[in-house]
Ligand binder design. Structure first.
Ligand code: ADP
Ligand code: MG
Ligand code: MG
Length: 254
């Protein structure tokens, strides 16, 4: 079983007046096959955690470790992280000019599998996955993220997840900006991947509503740069009723 282990992670960003510590000792273990939800108020550092694991250059690791099966993730290039089996949906949030979805997916699959998938079976795989996500076939020929709506971006994210079958996937605010129908389609995709038992998922969200469609094994409350409480799916219900106030001393950390 592949295991992503985050141990006492401290991260700073450059801000006006110097470096500011955003992550203040995050501890978390995600195993293949498990679904974890990280929930917390805006500005608590959830995206910083995702970007830090992704290797975004804006974030400086000042302490702690991140390992995948004992291998030091923080020492890996972004490509090496993908090859090791980490999927970070926010890795390519920008437009990739002149690269079609189809080519982009095949390149990503090649990077993760270590060899290019056979073209004919690949085309079928992509077609099947797109149908399940209720995506029009023409989508494959569009350029990555160019003029994508919020919903299309999220579907593209789940399409990658389904095709690449990583060991551990980190999905940041996959539910934001989705209408109820799109939310259901996206959740079904996450659940399909989950049922394979091969993927560990870290679902980062501000809202509880996606958890009506995806039942996490573990829920973690993120507040002021660290995990303030962990529990099972019932913790999400408590958050839905009571909000985050109890976890935030003196207002949201921002
Ligand atoms: P969340 O995803 O929980 O809403 P973020 O991780 O986006 O929180 O932000 C946490 C804090 O770190 C905020 O105060 C935010 O302004 C700050 N921050 C995050 N990224 C940057 C950055 N690249 N530059 C400056 N400040 C940042
Ligand atoms: Mg510490
Ligand atoms: Mg965020």
């Amino acid at each position: 079983m592949a295991t992503l282990e985050i141990n006492d992670l401290h991260v700073t960003v450059e801000a006006e007046g110097g470096a500011r510590e955003i992550l203040k000792g995050v501890d978390l273990t995600v195993k293949q096959g498990e679904t974890h939800a990280i929930m917390g108020p805006n500005g608590s550092g959830k995206s910083t955690l995702a970007y830090s694991i992704a290797g975004h250059p804006k974030y400086t690791i000042t302490g702690g470790t991140v390992t995948l099966d004992g291998e030091d993730v923080l020492e890996m290039t972004v490509d090496e992280r993908a090859r090791a089996g980490l999927f970070l949906a926010m890795q390519y949030p920008v437009e990739v000019p002149g690269v079609s979805v189809s080519n982009f997916l095949r390149t990503s699959a090649t990077a993760m599998r270590g060899e290019a998938p056979k073209l004919r079976t690949w085309v079928k795989e992509v077609k099947g996955a797109m149908e399940q996500l209720h995506m029009d076939a023409s989508f494959a020929e569009r350029n990555v993220n160019e003029g994508f709506s919020g919903g299309e971006k999220k579907r593209h994210e789940i399409l990658q997840l389904e095709l690449l079958k990583p060991k551990v996937a980190i999905l940041d605010e996959t539910d934001s900006g989705l209408d109820v129908d799109a939310l259901r389609v996206v959740s079904e995709g996450v659940n399909r991947v989950r049922e394979s038992g091969e993927v560990g998922t870290l679902l980062i969200t501000h809202y509880t509503r996606i958890l009506r469609y995806i039942k996490p094994d573990f829920v973690h409350v993120f507040a002021q740069g660290r995990i303030a409480e962990s529990g099972g799916a019932e913790l999400a219900d408590k958050l839905e009723n009571e909000g985050y106030e109890a976890y935030v001393k003196g207002g949201v950390s921002a």
